[in-house]
Design a protein around this ligand. Structure first.
Ligand code: B1M
Length: 226
């Protein structure tokens, strides 16, 4: 199979959540190679890690994000896609610290103080990773100071905050306020079920997205992959 066909198959593996040859999911691809084997093959055929990232993984993950936003697939499908992407990334990770793979930048991600919900935030992180970003996940119940320390450590990062409780929207407001006071140029993206565009604008966040794909599209405007 030619390199371009292998890259296309790899994109399909991510889109369909096909991890490796042993994986029984999805049933119609049973017995076929998955993201794991195809990544090894395409690298051996001479594709660069950058091509694997941009022409296969990001393509597949973008389709996944769109399908999820359009409610054509659901959380379990998203998790399988993320597993397929991770199986491929294992083979790319050795190149990440070299000049061979250019990522778009770093996203510092966290669920705000007092809030323990992390399923949505993790999904956002997985899709953004699939879109070519490096993710620093601070976890849940993240105090403002931890966001600030992370920005000191990653000065060019974009900060993503998640809140699932109406009560912790107040923590988000406080964190955005303090972060913007200290780092006015740092972009802050917020999301989570109880939020609205109006709330995000009022607290001084740069962008609100109700879903991961919206976050990807906003970040594409900040850092297009050339
Ligand atoms: Co909680 N909980 N919970 N809970 N919980 C909700 C959120 C709630 C709506 C349930 C309800 O009453 N119907 C309600 C909140 C009400 C409100 O404030 N409006 C609620 C409550 C009240 C509570 C407790 C207070 C209950 C109690 O103890 N009395 C408590 C609070 C604990 C705390 O945080 N301090 C609590 C606890 C928990 C568990 C720990 C048991 C568990 C969380 C486990 C975990 O995350 N590891 C839990 C769960 C699972 C839920 C529900 C059932 C599901 C949340 C979820 O994971 N959804 C939830 C009810 C519901 O949503 N049906 C509920 C799936 C996930 C994929 O969606 O998180 O919305 P979501 O993320 C989406 C988008 O919002 C967006 O993209 C994601 C993917 O599409 N998004 C972003 C999210 N973050 C983003 C960031 C972005 C961009 C997009 O950019 C940075």
């Amino acid at each position: 199979m030619a390199t371009t066909e292998l890259l296309a198959s790899l994109a399909t593996c991510v889109e369909r959540g096909k991890v490796n040859a042993k994986s029984p999911f999805p049933p119609d691809l049973k017995g076929q190679d998955g993201a794991d084997e195809i990544t090894v093959r395409v690298l051996a055929e001479g594709a660069t890690p950058q091509e694997v990232l941009t022409q296969a993984l990001m393509v597949g993950m973008n389709r996944v994000g769109e399908k999820f936003r359009d409610k054509n697939i659901f959380v379990p499908d998203l998790l399988m896609a993320a597993r397929a992407m991770s199986a491929s990334m294992v083979h790319l990770k050795p190149f990440f610290n070299s000049a061979e793979v250019r990522l778009r930048g770093t996203i510092v991600l966290g669920t705000v103080s007092g809030d323990l919900h992390d399923i949505g935030k993790k999904l956002v992180g997985m899709i953004l990773e699939g879109a070519g970003w490096s993710i620093v996940d601070l976890g849940t119940d993240v105090p403002t100071q931890k966001f600030i320390d992370a920005v000191k450590e990653h000065p060019d990062c974009i900060v993503g905050m998640s809140a699932l409780l109406t009560t912790t929207m107040a923590s988000m407001e406080e964190s955005v306020l303090q972060l913007k006071r200290e780092f006015p140029a740092t972009k802050v993206l917020v999301g989570g079920a109880p939020l609205t565009h109006e709330f995000a604008a009022r607290i001084g966040a740069d962008f609100y997205s109700p879903d991961p794909q919206g976050a990807v599209e906003y970040l594409n405007t900040i850092s297009p992959m050339s």
